[in-house]
Structures are given as C-alpha cells and as structure tokens.
Design a protein around this ligand. Structure first.
Ligand SMILES: Cc1ncc(COP(=O)(O)O)c(C=O)c1O
Length: 390
C-alpha cells in the first residue's frame, strides 16, 4: 500500500523533535551534529533566538495579508536586498523552484517587451539544479529529473559543464539568457571559477543575453560573501534566492535590474503567499545578521579552519576521500566510495551530511557553527571514514 506521505524521498529512519544551534535532537534526546542544515537552509542554526523573536513578534501581530495590499514587512526586506545587491526590484516567492519559474518568465517577458518574442532560448549547464517544476526540470535537462514528465517545456539548451567551445558556439545574439549556479550544489559542489563567471558576463554583454544566476543554494553568506557572484566582481541581470534567506521559514526571491524586469507590470505575475508578513519578518532579520561584514568575516575565518581540517581528513583517508572542494562554508568531499555509504556511516556517528552528484559529500553547516563544533564534525567524519575503510 502506498504510504500516506507520497514516497518520493528515500528517507533515513531519523526524526528530529527540536534543534539547538548546529544540533538536531531526536525525541529520545540523541543529539546529531547538523552539517546539512536542511540543505543550506538553517544559516543561523536551529531555534536561533533572534529569528524566533522576529517570527513570534510578527505572529502576534498579523500572519497573512494578500498582495492586493501594501505589506510593510515585504517592503522592508526588499529595501534591504536592494541596498545590499545589484538589484533594483524584488519579487518574493515561497521556494527556489518558484523563483526559477519567475526568472524564466521574466526572461521571456523581457524579450517580448523588447519586441523580440521569438528570443526565448535559455542556455543552461549539465549538472545544474533549478528545482522540480516543469520549467525548472526542463531548464536543468537531466534524464533523472525529466524521465516520464514529458513533453518538456521548450526553450532550453543544456551545455556540458565547463565546455568553453560549446558555450561560444551556442550563445549568439538570439540567445535570451544564460542561467547558471555560481556554485553547483546538487551537481556536487562544483565552483564556477571567477574567470568563467566574468567570461559569462562578457558573453552576455557582447550578445545582449541576460545573465541569470541561481544563488538559491550558494547565496546568503554561504560562500563567505553575501552572494557568491561577488567573488568574481560581476553582477547578474536576474538572480534567484531562497533557502538561507528564510533561515528555515519558507521564503524565496527573484532580484532583478529595472531593465531586466521591463514588462513585469501589474497582472503579469503573482502569488498568494509569496512575501507573506511572517516570512518577510524573519527574512529581514536574517538579512540584517548575514549581510553584516563582521558576520561574513567570521564565516570566512571558520571556512578556512574547516577546510584546513578537512584537508587533513582527506590526507588521512586516501581510500575514502579524493579531495576537498567548495567555497566558504559550501564544502564538498569528493569521495572514492559511494557518498550515500558515507552519509550512513556518519549517521552512526550522529552526524548529518548530504550526498550530491559527482561522488561528492556535501557539508553545509549553519554559518554560525562554532569552532568546537567544526572540530567535533571533523572527528566524527574521521570515525565514519575509518568505519568504512574497516
Ligand atoms: C540551486 C538551486 N536552485 C533551485 C532549487 C529549488 O529550490 P526549492 O527546493 O526551494 O524549490 C534548489 C534546491 O535545492 C537549488 O539548490
């Protein structure tokens, strides 16, 4: 008989009742060190007092108002995002997938508004992940996600990751946009080098194509800058954000320049819940904390410490690990064993990690993880790797 919850996940036999900082706790009080953070969501850890206060204060005032009315909490968060980024305007969603959908719609509307409605092709890359809607799976194009869900939405061309010649040949003055994650998450913590991101910006400038960055997983301080593209000193035309921006409350956003968003006038898009006061009250508090240069400096210090320890771990287990990859606290261990085996061995050490493609184990801790918890995490990974080697 089919389970009451649709069985689209292979779930671990683990349920958490509460959380404290970087720890998730089961009903019997067993504490797991959480290096998954809900897949890069709980940027400030579990039950963060500042976020609990922001949420409960708002919950005592008003939970939900339609976007038919002014929503001051939404405007405050939009102001913060515009102040700290390239963007002129923001639309709020409930998830990364919805942000991807709007980004795709915005690209199409942009060219329609410019009098060129046939300019619809969006170039994407192998290993990409943009969500699970029909548009987002078509954009990523992998068999795993699209099989059985056809016919797919047209208008995407997926190029092999890192194939510069294919890119130069594919992107022309008929290309509507290039859509890319500065650091692939699901694809295996594959960092797009700064030079490549600059190259994509140049290519877009030359051809007029819009540059759409998916920072759903790598944004919100994860890589040590507020947004990952800042490392390359470039700016996109459109950017998708989600996960970390809500610190665990469902929230996403599409950020855009005024020029990219041309055509997105009243009636062209909407959402019942997107930009809900509860989500935006929490999001504004997350932004105030994470965008603080002192907070980001700490992320970078901890990332250097974590990475150095992980290099030692890899050197100590050459049969299990191949290398460390990633940027900031978006870290990956390229494995010589199946990452899911390591994830299971880590469960035995009461440590939560996340598998990814390209034989990579993902480590996405809360950005405020302590130095002691970093040391503890590496000790537990060490024991997990030793148990596999044995
Ligand atoms: C880069 C990227 N884009 C989009 C998504 C989809 O976000 P959501 O699961 O919130 O719909 C994800 C989720 O993992 C992601 O990592």
């Amino acid at each position: 008989m089919i389970p009451h919850v649709l069985p689209t996940y292979n779930r671990a036999p683990l349920a958490f009742e509460r959380g404290e900082g970087s720890w998730a706790v089961t009903a019997d009080g067993t504490r797991y060190l959480d290096l998954g953070a809900g897949i890069a969501v709980n940027v400030l850890g579990h039950a963060n007092p500042d976020l609990v206060a922001a949420l409960t204060e708002q919950a005592g005032r008003i939970w939900h108002v339609s976007n038919l009315y002014q929503i001051p909490e939404q405007e405050r968060l939009a102001d913060l995002l515009v102040e700290h980024t390239f963007a002129d305007t923001v639309f709020f969603t409930n998830s990364g997938t919805e942000a991807a959908e709007l980004a795709i719609k915005m690209v199409r509307k942009h060219w329609d508004h410019a009098g060129d409605p046939e300019r619809i092709e969006i170039v994407t890359f192998g290993g990409a992940f943009h969500g699970r809607s029909t548009g987002a799976i078509a954009a990523a194009g992998s068999d795993k996600m699209t099989k059985g869900f056809g016919p797919l939405m047209p208008g995407f061309r997926t190029l092999p990751f890192g194939d510069h010649a294919a890119l130069e040949a594919a992107v022309t003055d008929r290309t509507a946009a290039i859509m890319v994650e500065p650091v692939q998450g699901e694809g295996g913590i594959r960092v797009l080098p700064d030079a490549c991101l600059k190259g994509l910006r140049d290519l877009c400038d030359r051809t007029g194509a819009l540059l759409v960055l998916d920072e759903v997983q790598c944004g919100m301080g994860r890589t040590g800058r507020l947004f990952a593209h800042e490392h390359a000193g470039i700016a996109p035309d459109i950017m998708m954000v989600a996960k970390g921006i809500g610190g665990g409350f469902p929230l996403g956003a599409v950020l855009a320049t005024e020029a990219a968003a041309a055509g997105m006038v009243a009636g062209t898009h909407g959402s019942t819940y997107g930009g809900n006061p509860l989500a935006c009250a929490v999001g504004a508090r997350v932004m105030q904390i994470v965008a603080d240069p002192a907070f980001l400096a700490e992320v970078n210090r901890k990332a250097a410490l974590f990475r150095q320890r992980l290099e030692g771990l890899v050197a100590g287990h050459p049969d299990v690990f191949e290398s460390v990859r990633g940027q900031g606290l978006m870290l990956g261990l390229k494995c010589r064993v199946a990452p899911v085996d390591l994830v299971r061995a880590a469960y035995d050490q009461h440590l939560l990690t996340v598998p990814a493609a390209d034989d990579t184990l993902r480590l996405l801790p809360p950005l405020n993880i302590t130095d002691e918890d970093i040391a503890e995490a590496v000790a537990r990974l060490d024991r997990a790797a030793a148990s596999l080697a044995a």
